[in-house]
Design a protein around this ligand. Structure first.
Ligand code: AMP
Ligand code: MG
Length: 353
């Protein structure tokens, strides 16, 4: 795709989330344009959720298949009933507990939401983000912003504005640089249209957190078992996702064996003249020898690991690493989302030692 538009970058921080430029950025969306913006999860690529032409532009800018629905972002709880047929009791409870925040709910859509935004589905994904800059942009734009992650389809979601610019320069009218992103993984998606609530994508709001409010919550079986033949209920989970350009392999097992195996695999790849990289928890960094060794944070601090993951995958690309080996992490709590994204980025290539 050639450069279609001139992309302006505007720096707006959460400390002063509504500077004079915000009204103009809201106008761009009202007029059918696209603005990338920070949220607490990852950077989003925003357009008017109620305008089918805007949604089409989002798909074109990302190179995303148009059957992969967008999430509609709101900044006022009173706007939720307008998007959906009805607001079930469970949605009210979840909104009370976790909104604004990194939770997306799937509900039956009202006629207000065009099917271009929902990838042809009769349901709609809705989120009320907590990031102050996101909230101000949503308000300035009229209340409903459709926004997937602001990366080219298939690449890791951006957690820094420079990666949004790398992917979206010439494809969007403006990028709001809000600095670092606090969480670094996409929102938890929970489907509330079935008999029991079901997690379609794990995220910062864990199953335990949802169950503390709703009682039993199911998990889409395709998340737990990569060999599961069913279709994932969240269409986006079907596609290869979050992937770096290099070939990523995860190595799991006791720490000593993992270190030994990764170092051996690095030597094999180096022998094939490949540039090698390792993703290591901070306690193990000194034990690796590869062209590039990246520290993903302390393995006992999953918040830290989540916040670094996508940046590190992008840095491996920046440095043209061809063979990447990563340690594995606990699947407890937020670890479930970390391992879900890491395994997808690896195309499920995993060595167990
Ligand atoms: P992204 O914003 O890039 O993280 O993508 C949003 C994801 O939300 C999509 O890839 C879908 O998997 C999921 N999603 C959005 N709307 C729906 C829906 N109505 N039903 C199921 N999943 C949805
Ligand atoms: Mg995405």
């Amino acid at each position: 795709m050639n450069k279609q538009v001139n992309t302006t970058v505007v720096r707006i921080s959460e400390g002063n989330p509504n500077p004079p430029e915000m009204a103009g950025l809201g106008e761009i969306i009202k007029k059918g344009g696209l603005v990338a913006f920070p949220t607490e999860t990852v950077y989003g690529l925003g357009g008017d959720a109620l305008n089918p032409e805007s949604s089409k532009k989002i798909y074109a800018a990302k190179g995303r298949p148009s059957d992969n629905p967008l999430i509609v972002h709101i900044a006022d709880l009173n706007d939720l009933p307008k998007l959906v047929v009805s607001v079930p009791e469970r949605a009210k409870k979840l909104a009370d507990a976790f909104w604004p925040g990194p939770l997306t709910m799937i509900l039956n859509k009202s006629d207000l939401v065009p099917t271009e935004t929902t990838g042809g589905l009769s349901t709609v994904a809705v989120r009320f983000p907590s990031h102050k800059v996101a909230q101000e942009l949503i308000k300035a734009s009229g209340g409903y912003i459709a926004a997937p992650s602001a990366n080219l389809s298939g690449k890791p979601s951006p957690t820094l504005a420079k990666y949004v610019l790398e992917d979206m320069d010439g494809r969007v009218d403006a990028i709001i640089d809000g600095g670092d992103i606090p969480i670094g993984l996409e929102s938890t998606i929970v489907d509330l249209t079935g008999e029991k609530p079901m997690i379609l994508r794990p995220g910062y709001i864990t199953k335990e957190m949802l169950e503390s409010v709703l009682g039993e919550v199911l998990t889409d079986p395709t998340i737990l078992d990569a060999s599961c033949k069913e279709r994932p209920k969240a269409p986006g989970m079907r596609y290869r996702h979050y992937a770096p350009k290099g070939e990523l392999t995860i190595v799991e097992g006791p720490a000593d064996a993992v270190i030994e195996t990764i170092n051996r695999e690095v030597l094999i790849s180096a022998g094939e003249r490949k540039k090698t990289g390792v993703i290591a928890s901070d306690e193990n960094v000194p034990y690796y020898s590869a062209d590039v060794v990246k520290c993903i944070g302390n393995r006992n601090n999953p918040e830290e690991v989540a916040a670094s993951l996508y940046r590190i995958l992008r840095e491996m690309d920046d440095e043209n690493v061809e063979a990447i080996f990563s340690e594995s992490f606990s699947e407890e709590g937020l670890g479930e989302a970390i391992m879900n994204r890491l395994l997808k980025a690896a195309g499920h290539r995993k060595i167990t030692v």
